[in-house]
Ligand binder design. Structure first.
Ligand code: HAM
Length: 421
């Protein structure tokens, strides 16, 4: 190397992912898969079927009348101009997309229509615990029914999902509020659409922003704090709470302060809260929105649903040591005593794979001890050492990597051994 061709002195790139998003190493991806599978299994049992859409949407989908006042639309979207001059947004939530899809095919679809999806969504937020710039969100929505039973079903699905993740009733509370009261308040004070958006914005921000900001906001709208709580529990909410109580479920309660941030909600809204003192926060939520499809045509189509993010669920499980233990899909690691034996080891691996065993093989470049250490780092549960002795005797010892116990087996016995574990 000549003196001038010095090693690259340019600044090296950071290995950090983009701010507020995550890399999913195998253990993280494994949790995400567990999240997806648990959600999928539970919601499909209640009759929900899966849909999907592109992460790219025309920005106008989120700029519907009045929506520009919303925190999410105003400050939190990733929006860019494509090469054809169109304004494009990475979806910050799934609800407008699914409303669009349902409106497009409303003549062909059967109602009530039960749909679920598990998209990644993007929000330009200040990253903090439980809040990132990209997360995965289970969306469960029921379209085409105004029945209270549909609201109750959705809340029941939220409740049941918590159980599917291993939660008991003491671990969480579902707080139900009612948008109708606030919609009445809007009428009573003759608030303009902009002012009403402002009201929901400050109500939703209440827990996150300084109290002074909240009071000032209310005053600006001419609303007294006492007007925020309805005199009595709304009838719809009372009925839902009572029905759950009669079914022996006591952690679903009325909470007038729950309003949620999106403008599109029209009826009951709810929020699932973690009851753990170290993670005292909202886990997920949703509600009824009866007018969202009006963005696309004149016919309103009622909907009710919720969104549940992977980040908050993971935190919920982590504070309780309830995260599932990581297990790689690989059953067996085959270490080789020398690189020349790799082709023979490869043919053994082939035999086992054909029988259904997931087997990874070492290339034999490192010492046996280092190969075994690597298998340990991968958390592969079983190890087989492939060497001259094994070839000569036709017997292989397989080691349980956790206990260190070994078992000696003939080549023919190996496949059955792993499949019967
Ligand atoms: P959302 O409350 O904005 O509602 O989001 C739903 C859930 O997604 C949150 O409760 C939380 O679990 C998770 N989530 C939201 N933002 C973040 C973030 N920045 N980082 C991590 N997790 C987050 C909606 O999106 C509505 N579209 C839900 C819905 C569906 N309503 C009716 N149908």
């Amino acid at each position: 190397m000549s003196k001038n061709a010095a090693p690259n002195k340019e600044k090296r790139l950071s290995t950090e992912p983009y701010k507020g998003v995550r890399d999913f190493y195998p253990e993280d991806q494994s949790f995400l898969n567990y999240f997806f599978e648990t959600c999928r299994r539970f919601v499909e049992r209640v009759g929900y079927v899966e849909y999907h859409a592109s992460v790219l949407e025309p920005s106008e989908l989120y700029k519907a009348k009045g929506a520009e006042n919303e925190e999410i639309i105003k400050d939190q979207t990733y929006t860019f101009i494509d090469r054809g001059g169109r304004e494009v947004t990475l979806r910050p939530e799934m609800t407008p997309s699914v409303a669009r899809m349902v409106a497009a095919r409303r003549r062909d679809l059967g109602f009530p229509l039960r749909l679920y999806s598990m998209p990644n969504v993007f929000r330009y937020e200040r990253p903090q615990r439980g809040r990132l710039r990209e997360h995965w969100q289970l969306n469960v929505d029921c379209f085409g029914s105004r029945a209270l039973a549909a609201d109750a079903e959705i809340i029941g699905v939220a409740y049941g999902l918590m159980g599917a993740f291993g939660a008991t009733e003491r671990d969480f509370v579902i707080k139900i509020g009612d948008r109708a009261h606030f919609n009445d308040l809007v009428q009573k004070h003759s608030l303009s659409p902009e002012q009403s958006k402002k009201l929901f914005y400050i109500l939703d921000r209440r827990a996150k922003a300084p109290e002074a900001e909240f009071k000032e906001g209310l005053m600006g709208l001419g609303i007294a704090q006492a007007e925020l709580s309805p005199k009595e529990e709304p009838r719809d909410v009372a009925k839902i709470v009572e029905d759950f109580r009669n079914a022996g479920i006591n952690n679903i309660i009325y909470a007038p302060e729950v309003v949620r941030g999106f403008n599109y909600y029209t009826g009951i809204v709810f929020e699932v809260f973690d009851a753990h003192p170290d993670n005292n926060r909202s886990l997920f939520g949703g509600g009824r929105y009866d007018n969202l499809t009006e963005l696309f045509d004149d016919e309103p189509l009622p909907g009710v649903g919720f969104g549940m993010g992977d980040v908050t669920v993971r935190d919920f499980l982590a504070v309780r040591n309830m995260l599932p233990e990581y297990r790689p899909p690989t059953h067996l690691y085959i270490a080789v005593t020398s690189a020349e034996l790799a082709p023979d080891a490869q043919s053994l691996a082939g035999e086992l794979r054909r029988q259904g065993v997931n087997a990874a093989i070492d290339f034999g470049e490192k010492k046996l001890g280092d190969q075994i250490k690597a298998a340990g780092k991968h958390k592969i549960p079983w190890l087989l050492v492939f060497g001259q002795d094994e070839i000569a005797t036709g017997r292989f010892s397989v080691r349980d990597m956790e206990t260190g116990a070994e078992e000696s087996l003939s080549r023919d016995e190996l496949g059955a051994f792993f499949l019967n574990l």
